[in-house]
Ligand binder design. Structure first.
Ligand code: URA
Length: 195
């Protein structure tokens, strides 16, 4: 079985018990879909956002609203094909009124889904989008303006934190830095893929 099909199957097995998940409060606060993630299960690059918004909740897919459109444009600009990467969020259910996910929600979701998604996909590089995703992953407070674009690591996997696309929509002057960070992700993935 080719690795992509095999990983696809493992992801399906992982998701099956959580299609109606109520492991954290977000499961009973009005979400429509559990948004597990989208993309190549054998991806070199894994993007992790904060949590589904309204459009994502309705469609069951990550980053399909305005933030997603911006992300798509910048991915295209740095020659990353969206179909080649895997995109998910630190929490898989929409927080009510788009509030930030709470530490216990992130911790629960990370333990039951995200860490296993990482073990299955085994990305060569992780890129977190925004401070909430970074803090949720590393379990410590971080200032995104200070760490963005730096080469960090998570469980021995290179990690590049960058801004959340919604922040760029509100602060378009940071678009260049966002594109620079994604360009770094693209070039690191290319290098790591040739090793
Ligand atoms: N914002 C996120 O953090 N994730 C999405 O999937 C969409 C918007």
């Amino acid at each position: 079985m080719d690795p992509k099909a095999y990983k696809e199957m493992l992801l399906e097995i992982l998701y099956t018990p959580y299609r109606q998940c109520t492991a954290c409060p977000l499961g009973s606060l009005g979400r429509t879909h559990v948004v597990f993630g989208q993309g190549n299960p054998n991806a070199s690059i894994m993007f992790i956002g904060e949590g589904p918004g309204r459009d994502e909740d309705l469609q069951g897919l990550p980053f399909v609203g305005r933030s997603g459109q911006l992300l798509n444009h910048v991915l295209e600009a740095v020659n990353i094909e969206r179909k080649d990467v895997f995109i998910t969020n630190i929490v898989k259910c929409r927080p009510p009124h788009n509030r930030q996910p709470l530490p216990n929600e992130m911790d629960t979701c990370k333990k039951i889904l995200l860490l296993d998604q990482m073990k299955i996909i085994r990305p060569r590089i992780i890129c977190t989008l925004g401070s909430t995703a970074l803090q949720g992953l590393l379990d410590k407070p971080c200032k995104i303006t200070q760490v963005r674009g730096q080469k960090l690591s998570y469980a021995q996997t290179p990690l590049i934190p960058t801004y959340h696309p919604a922040y760029i929509l509100r602060n378009p002057k940071e678009l260049n830095q966002f594109a620079e960070d994604l360009s770094l992700v693209a070039s690191m993935a290319q290098t790591l893929d040739t090793l």
